[in-house]
Write a protein that binds this ligand. Structure first.
Ligand SMILES: [Zn+2]
Length: 453
């Protein structure tokens, strides 16, 4: 058993951090959570052993990054100048996609996931569609690219939900995949389901899930096949939804309804489904998502980077959709920034403050994200939950002088100085214990962009 003494800890259902909390862990689980002071005085009857590991600063539950495309990390800083939009960015993304193989994918994802560990992310949802060789021919192991991601997460010391994405067409109108997209496709949804079902890793740090890339990439008459496959396996189902107005327009032209309506009619939306982005839903779409308890994963730093727009986060939450957060394109890997942006974007839109409580933002970054990825036993500092402890410094240039309750609005990923995942110390004193993150990022990105030296 390990005993940790947190200067402050963010406990479930509490509006602000609790000082002096003894957290006990054993076999990767939290076995005790005991505040040592009550209204400033020592709690009676609690003995703190001298060997308790001190955690100075604010200790949070593990952060969950519910939406990632590992290889997009190679694009950071390469697409940010000049004009263009989502669609021109996508052309650059395809250039990187075309260069990857299982070996280079492993190296890039290992470095990217280790960067996430440094940021306090203990679990990532990888929305995985880079399945086959560059011309669409399967590798000898048709799940070699997924296996590379599983290995990458193991090296980085974080949990992974591999959301295997069905990606069949290039447009809502059903145009065939072409060029770099060919490696995403499995032909039809049944063949996707067969390949995905054949991948069943037993490693403790990984779970599988399913994904519909979007209504652009899966024909309407095959949506239910993907959803049924996910339900049969009892795994989460994720999908990109209404990131762009053009997707809504194309769906109306092809099917006479919005993407959300189409998905609802095909039985895709329920509490095991997470819609990523939902930036441009209609009022009826918001109601459909909320009534079905479909989760929504917001990716505000990517949405701002790609000039997507601001999603109606408050209205979605009010309607009944649990909110989670993702770094998506990895223009930024910082869940504090993603969480703040949910509130700050609403402020820009409404010119009013105070749409979300800090507690709601912490929930989105922790337990709601884990639940969206199928880990219902993670993301809370509570007995029985996984022993994930993310400790943020309160003496850094960003956080010095900030009250613990305000740290979530002041800290950055760079202020995370210790990360424990399933009881194992992965980050200590701000350094990853097994990956030289900057060196491995530079090397692996150099490989896939051709920018050596
Ligand atoms: Zn995405």
């Amino acid at each position: 058993m390990t005993r940790w003494l947190a200067e402050y800890a963010w406990l479930p259902e509490q509006p602000e951090p609790t000082p002096d909390v003894l957290i006990e862990t054993a076999a990767g689980r939290i076995t005790g959570v005991t505040p040592l002071t009550t209204e400033g005085r020592p709690t009676t009857g609690v003995e703190v052993l001298a060997d308790a590991v001190r955690l100075p600063g604010l200790t949070l539950p593990g952060l969950a990054n519910a939406h990632s495309h590992a290889f997009h990390r190679a694009l950071r800083g390469r697409t940010h100048g000049g004009r263009g939009d989502f669609w021109t960015w996508r052309d650059r993304m395809y250039e990187v996609a075309a260069r990857l193989d299982p070996e280079s994918y492993l190296a890039l994802a290992r470095a990217g996931y280790a960067e996430m560990a440094l940021a306090g992310i203990t679990c990532v949802g990888e929305f995985h569609y880079l399945h086959h060789g560059p011309d669409g021919t399967p590798y000898a192991d048709p799940n070699a690219m997924g296996a590379a991601l599983v290995e990458a997460a193991a090296h980085a010391g974080i949990r992974l939900t591999l959301l295997d994405a069905c990606y069949l067409t290039a447009s809502v109108a059903g145009e065939p995949l072409a060029g770099p997209q060919r490696r995403f496709g499995d032909g039809d949804a049944l063949r996707w389901a067969k390949r995905a079902a054949a991948f069943d890793p037993t490693d403790a740090h990984v779970r599988v899930g399913a994904a519909i890339h979007s209504v652009r990439a899966v024909p309407a008459d095959q949506l239910a096949t993907v959803a049924d496959a996910a339900r049969e396996r009892g795994v989460p189902l994720h999908l990109h939804l209404s990131e762009q107005p053009a997707e809504n327009d194309a769906c109306r032209a092809a099917h006479g309804c919005t993407p959300t309506r189409l998905l609802a009619d095909r039985g895709v939306l329920d509490q095991h489904t997470t819609a990523v982005h939902a930036t441009h839903p209609t009022s009826s779409d918001v109601a459909l998502l909320g009534e079905s308890r479909t989760g929504v994963c917001l990716c505000p730093t990517t949405e701002r980077d790609l000039a997507d727009g601001i999603g109606p986060a408050r209205r979605l939450a009010n309607a009944g959709s649990p909110l989670s957060l993702g770094s998506d394109s990895h223009a930024v890997v910082d869940l504090f920034e993603e969480a703040r942006a949910v509130e700050l974007d609403e402020r820009l839109r409404t010119r009013q403050r105070g749409h979300f409580t800090v507690g709601e933002l912490v929930t989105a970054a922790t337990s709601a994200g884990h639940a969206a990825l199928g880990w219902g036993d993670a993301g809370r500092l509570a007995v029985g939950d996984r022993a994930d402890l993310v400790t943020v410094r309160l003496d850094s240039p960003r956080t010095a002088g900030v009250p613990a309750a305000g740290a979530f609005f002041a800290a950055t990923a760079g202020d995370v100085h210790q990360v424990v995942v399933d009881g194992e110390v992965v980050v200590q004193d701000g350094r990853h214990r097994s990956v030289d993150v900057p060196t491995e990022l530079a090397t692996s990105i150099g490989e896939v962009t051709g920018a050596h030296g």
